[in-house]
Every structure is written in C-alpha cells, then in structure tokens.
Design a protein around this ligand. Sequence first.
Ligand SMILES: [Zn+2]
Length: 59
Amino acid sequence: MRDDQERAILAVHVRGLDGMCAGCRAWWSRLAPYPCWQVEWATSRQARASVARFLGSVQ
Ligand SMILES: [Zn+2]
C-alpha cells in the first residue's frame, strides 16, 4: 500500500498560488514552501521503486 500512500501525498501536496504547499496548509494549517518534505519523501520513494522495477525487469 506504499504506492497508494505516495500517490495520495502527491495528489494533496501541490503547489499553491503563492508557491507554498497547499496540502500542508489544508492538513496542518502549516505554511511550507513547495516542494515540502512530504513531496520530497514521496518522490524519492517513487524514484527508488521505479529503479527497483527497472532492475527487476533487466535481471
Ligand atoms: Zn506539503
């Protein structure tokens, strides 16, 4: 279910009109510059997963 979690984070944490993260503001009333650490986490997880998939398909 990790993929779903990352997708959910990336769907909510989007750049707001003022360049701040809309998801952080909506969820925690917290102002964070986009990309926030949640987006960084989710994208790094996805990158690692796609690399693992690629390596798995090569072997
Ligand atoms: Zn955020």
